[in-house]
Design a protein around this ligand. Structure first.
Ligand code: MN
Ligand code: MN
Length: 307
């Protein structure tokens, strides 16, 4: 998720801070993983995990993402979400804690059907392969190549228009993109860079597109609007969520009716005050798995911080 209002030199947010938010992010991810069972409400998991991080005095880098089956990313429960996990769900859990602009980012896939294990393994093994070659001087296309090989050799496709990224201060997606295939990009990773690597594997074609569902936004810039609800929400967002992305449900107490909140948010998005992060779905309806870890690039290798 990119931020336009805070630009920092990419990928050097501070190693100690990255380790600290990496650890709490990973613990939160494990907590989410343990709660995901058939019949459990998605909103219950999201609230528990986000509260856990706040109780530990950390901020939230972005709302807990719980993207199911052909959804690849960016679904988070709505204000009055009634959805429950079913025993056929393939659930991507993606989350990060924050502290003073240092951002965690990690993900895991939970297969409730028990039938998608090789697809889950494809993204996990791709991540391991990428970590095994990541070091100062490696080209991002080389990372992409090992990810692609690990996924294709298992009979699946990598998602080509999603990928990893350097992590900057207050900037989850800073300037370097780490592809999930060999895209020819000769950009090299440098010592001290903080990088999220996130292979996605799918039974489908290997591309995502935006759906019309959007539950995550970030504040972008001041904008004029005549709608009263929008003005109230904009004030709250500027005060409480000025930098990192937020979930619409975090504004649930702002007004009596959730309809008014969604109307206000839509108006703010149209006016350019907010940047939307719609749920991304695989274009051919394929099932999607994801694995993600954040690393610090070292001279001769790398260290995983989300552990
Ligand atoms: Mn992520
Ligand atoms: Mn990421």
């Amino acid at each position: 998720m990119e931020k336009n209002n805070v630009k920092e030199d990419a990928g050097f947010a501070g190693i100690d801070a990255a380790k600290e938010v990496g650890e709490i992010s990973y613990r939160a991810l494990q907590k989410a993983k343990g709660m995901i069972k058939p019949g459990v409400r998605l909103i219950e998991v999201a609230q528990a995990v986000e509260s856990y991080v706040k109780e530990n005095k950390y901020g939230i880098a972005f709302p807990l993402n719980l993207s199911i089956n052909n959804e690849a990313a960016h679904y988070t429960p709505s204000i009055d979400d009634t959805k429950v996990f079913s025993d056929n769900d393939l659930v991507k859990v993606d989350f990060g804690a924050a502290k003073e602009g240092a951002l965690g980012d990690c993900a895991v896939t939970v297969d409730l059907s028990g039938k998608m294990q090789t697809l889950v393994e494809a993204s996990e093994e791709a991540l391991k392969a990428a970590i095994s070659i990541a070091k100062a001087g490696v080209k991002v296309r080389e990372i992409g190549k090992v990810i692609e090989n690990a996924i294709i050799s298992r009979g699946y496709q990598p998602i080509r228009n999603l990928g990893g990224h350097t992590v900057g201060l207050h900037e989850l997606h800073s300037n370097i993109f780490v592809p999930n295939y060999d895209n020819g990009d000769e950009t090299i990773l440098e010592e001290g860079m903080i990088v999220a690597i996130e292979p996605f594997a799918t039974t489908g074609k290997g591309m995502v597109t935006e759906s019309d569902v959007c539950e995550i936004y970030s504040y972008d810039m001041e904008a004029q609007t005549r709608m009263k609800e929008a003005r109230i929400l904009l004030g709250l967002i500027q005060k409480n969520y000025p930098t990192e992305p937020f979930a619409v449900r975090w504004l649930a107490n702002a007004m009596e009716s959730s309809f008014s909140i969604y109307a206000g948010i839509s108006e703010l998005s149209r006016s350019g005050a907010l940047m939307p992060y719609p749920t991304l779905i695989e274009i051919s309806g394929g099932a999607v798995s994801q694995a993600e870890a954040e690393i610090v690039v070292e001279k001769d290798g790398c260290e995983v911080v989300t552990k």
